[in-house]
Structure formats: C-alpha cells, structure tokens
Design a protein around this ligand. Sequence first.
Ligand code: CDT
Length: 345
Amino acid sequence: PRLVTVAACQLGPVHLADSRQDVLKRMLSLLEQAAQQGAKLAVFPELAFTTFFPRYLLEETDLDQYFDVEDPSKGGIEQSPNVKPLFDRASALGIDVYVGYAERSIQKDGTHIDYNSSVYYSANANKIVGKYRKVHLPGTVEPRTEPGAVQQLEKRYFRPGDLGFPAFRAPGLVEGALKRSSGQYTATQSAGKGDPIIGMLICNDRRWAEAWRVYGLQGMEILCCGYNTTAFPTTASGHQLDHLTPEAAEEMVMLHHKLSCQGNSYMNACFSINVAKTGAEDGNPLVGGTIIVHPLGHIIKEAQTKEDELVLATIDLADCHRPKSTVFAFEKHRRPEHYHPILDR
Ligand code: CDT
C-alpha cells in the first residue's frame, strides 16, 4: 500500500468586508486541524483568500486588492505577506498545500497579465513544486445586461492559462516513497520515482474531459481542484431550469459537479480532491459538495455543511494501479489515430 491522509479544507463564505487576515486565520485553523489528524496534504478552494470577486463589475483600482503580485525580480506568491504564513506553518507541520489565488504576473516590460491560478507547496521541499493557471474561464468579458443577470466576469479579469496541464511529483508525500529513496528528504531534494503524481485544475476545468485526460496521460494519481460554483443555474451555466424550484435547481448543479468529478476520476484512474468555497457570500449562494473521490468513481468522503469544514480521508494510491494497468491501460487500449479531430476544433 501507498497510504496518505489527505484533507479537503472547505471554506464557508468570504464576504466583501472580510479582511485577508481574517480569512488567513480561518485557513490556518483548518491547516492546523488537518495536520493534527494526520493529514499530509491540505487542499483549499479556488480564489481562497477573498470573496469570489468575478461576480462584481469592478474598476481597475478596486480590483488590485484581490490579486497577489508575482514579480520575477522580487519573488512569487510565497513571498506575499498575505500568503507566506500559510506556507511557513505548512512547512513546520509537515503538510503540503494546494491553494487557489488571483495571480498578477508582472512582465519584463512592467505591464501585467492576470490569471486565476493555483500552486502546490511541498512541505518536504520547502517550496512550490507545482503551478497551474486556469485554462477554462467561464462567463463573459462584458457584463450581461438582461434583468436579474448573474455576472460571471472571469473572462474580463483573467487571461486563459498558458501553462497547459503540467503534472508533477510531490516529494515525500507518501512515506513509502521516502523509505524507498536514499533516506531523508532535505530542503532542496527534488521528487523521485515513487512520489505521487499530482495534477491541478480550477473549478470550471473539472467539467472538461480533455483537461483530465492530459493529466491522465502523465500518470496522475491525485487531482486537486478548488471551486466557487453558484448554487443555482446561471446564464453562464447554460441550463434552462427556470421551471425548477431553487432546491431542485441546486440539486441539478450538484449533480453536474459530482458527475464531472466522479466520471473523470474513474476514466483516468485517479483520486480527486474537490474543494468548495461555499455558503452565501454577501447573499450570493455557492454550492457545497466538497468530495474526495476514489479511482473507481465512488465518493469516499463528503462535506456535511456549507461552513469551514475539514473533509479527511486516508487513501491508498495503490488503488490507482489496477485500473491503470487493465481497463484504462492507455498505452494498450487508446486509439489516438482517431482522436485528431478534437485537437483543432
Ligand atoms: N468559478 C467557476 O469556474 N465557476 C463555474 C461556473 C460556470 S457556470 C457552469 C463552474 O464551472 O462552476
């Protein structure tokens, strides 16, 4: 067995008036509890540190407060005073962290490009070992004008990710891997064979089979995905469900969330840790449904609330091996010669 305890750190609502310090405190508390209960990986939601601001039409100056600046000449998100305490504590507790944030990437010419990003911080390596920029941005560039429209302005505030879907190994995340390698990891030691292969997605990405497959082809064993999903069908979601009660509509949103996570975990023979920011943010409801999914597609553990909540499971990465070597042995059974039409349209 290759056992590892993982923690989905669900966050309840973050309101406009909540300070970054307050949210960070809540996240540190979840991290602490996760570590106390033996977790070696803590997964936080998309845009974890702030409210889901793409629901508002904001002036450029008002936008600044939601972003973390990454300036190659000064360092990345790990240097941000708003984030550093989370990674410092993670190192001290020996627990890895996936977290979503709004990235302001400073270019050589001084201009900036904004992304909806996530990083994977390794406690064993004492550094960020994985970075992802959300590829599938939902919503519109211009605000919708129809009465009662719910805004989803991610296409306005972010550029689609330019990093593709880069899987990576998490050094020392599974103890067996540590033993198999040449002793203890040091701060600078990089990952090796036996370390789990991780993929990262962000919210809407989880609905796209291609994204999972590109990771699946790299041997991904754990997919981490944070999300902020509106609890009722919006114009952006493409549903025509006005005839449903709010409860039935939310059930439908939940169904599509679970279908995406469970179906794609099964088809790529991987675990997935899917983590909500949930509850009503200043009256704007987000679904819950934080789930840890098994490679056979079933839900191992699910959140019970729409508040800050820890969802913990001990998973055995060896469970990926059987489906990866039988029904989903890609090298034996895939027929890529027939797949080329999906490349260019
Ligand atoms: N944050 C985010 O990506 N939300 C989208 C809503 C789009 S409508 C389906 C999501 O896919 O949950």
